[in-house]
Design a protein around this ligand. Structure first.
Ligand code: NDP
Length: 316
């Protein structure tokens, strides 16, 4: 028998991904006696592992550090019997039941699957941007905006997210500089106009961030004008990267319906995907809300959907 055919028992539900959506799905499905198996990925915990303080997750009056919140959620899922594997899924086959999921040469089979692999914010790819992530560099204004009260911040990007984040940040920041690589925004007209008419926002057109400056926290950015080549030092305390997100769906391509930007398509107000028995929760199917609490909410929905689907399909 080849390595690939060395199958274990058929699981009730395999949860792929270990952010708030996956862990909430695990807590609920474990408590429903489904004994979930989570393939949590190599970057355990998802996007919250790269944030500092989370102040908007209900239940924590004084806020909580992102990594600590994920540790607590994982312990809660483990308490009810979730089993974990900290590796990445490398291949899936959803064409027949039980569904097949590979981690390298190891094959796992399951009656139902919950995909909660999340999305990753895109970054500029600068070494100092990475080093100062969570210390002035952020990809989420809703999460981190309030830390920049009366400070100057930059937003990079020219799409709807950048517009939304720039406007939102004016509630806290003394000044917001939008840095965009072209001479017009791709964002919808109404959202672009809000930015252009906001007296607290300045736009630097045809510009890109050449470097992020700071030792323990951001103290400024070097901005390059792409038309003149001129390099300018702009002192500020925060940099919000809003150049888009990429859903982590590469491994599911061709197996399940994705929209034109790669997000998993779910049916109405449910977590059903195009394949009966495969469900999706969290940012991997949501490019609108993208919050830990909404991800957790859809994780709960996915577990309930799985439980009912397994009962209905008599697959338990
Ligand atoms: P978009 O892909 O629409 O925009 C990304 C922006 O980032 C573009 O302006 C792009 O520049 C710029 N960019 C991309 N890569 C780089 C780079 N390496 N360096 C510098 N700039 C870069 O992403 P969004 O996240 O803004 O939006 C995603 C989707 O979500 C869209 O469909 C949007 O409409 C939707 N959305 C809707 C909202 C709403 O309606 N309330 C709110 C937020 C998002 P360029 O323009 O030159 O390509």
């Amino acid at each position: 028998m080849s390595e690939i055919e060395k199958t274990r028992k058929v699981e009730n539900v395999i949860i792929v991904g270990s952010g708030p959506a996956g862990l909430t799905a695990a807590i609920y499905s474990a408590r429903a006696n489904l004994s979930p198996f989570m393939i949590e990925g190599e970057e355990v915990g998802g996007q919250l592992m790269t944030t500092t303080e989370v102040e908007n997750y209900p239940g924590f009056t004084k806020g909580i550090m992102g990594p600590e919140l994920m540790t607590i959620m994982r312990e809660q899922a483990a308490r009810f019997g979730t089993r974990f594997l900290s590796k990445n899924v490398t291949k899936v086959d959803f064409s027949n039941r039980p569904f097949k999921i590979w981690v390298g040469s190891d094959l796992f089979e399951s009656r139902a699957v919950i995909i909660s692999t999340g999305a990753s914010a895109k970054y500029l790819g600068l070494a100092n941007e990475r080093r100062l992530l969570g210390r002035g560099v952020s990809a989420c204004a809703t999460c981190d905006g309030a830390f920049f009260r009366n400070q100057k911040v930059a937003v990079v990007g020219g799409g709807d997210t950048a517009m939304e984040e720039a406007n939102f940040l004016t509630k806290f920041a003394s000044k917001v500089v939008v840095i965009h690589r072209r001479d017009h925004f791709r964002a919808s007209k109404i959202m672009a106009e809000r930015v252009l008419n906001n007296p607290k926002i300045e736009v630097m057109w045809d510009s890109e961030i050449a470097d992020v400056v700071g030792d323990d926290g951001v103290t400024g950015v070097k901005v390059k004008n792409l038309k003149s080549g001129e390099l300018r030092d702009v002192p500020l305390e925060g940099v919000f990267i809003a150049i888009g997100h990429k859903p982590n769906t590469e491994v599911f391509k061709g197996q399940i319906a994705l929209d034109e930007t790669g997000y998993i398509v779910t049916e109405g107000k449910s977590t059903y995907t195009s394949v009966p028995g495969v469900f999706a929760a969290g940012d991997v199917q949501d490019h609108v809300y993208r919050q830990a609490v909404t991800a957790a909410g859809t994780g709960c929905m996915a577990a309930i959907d799985v439980e009912r689907w397994l009962e209905k399909s008599a697959h338990v």
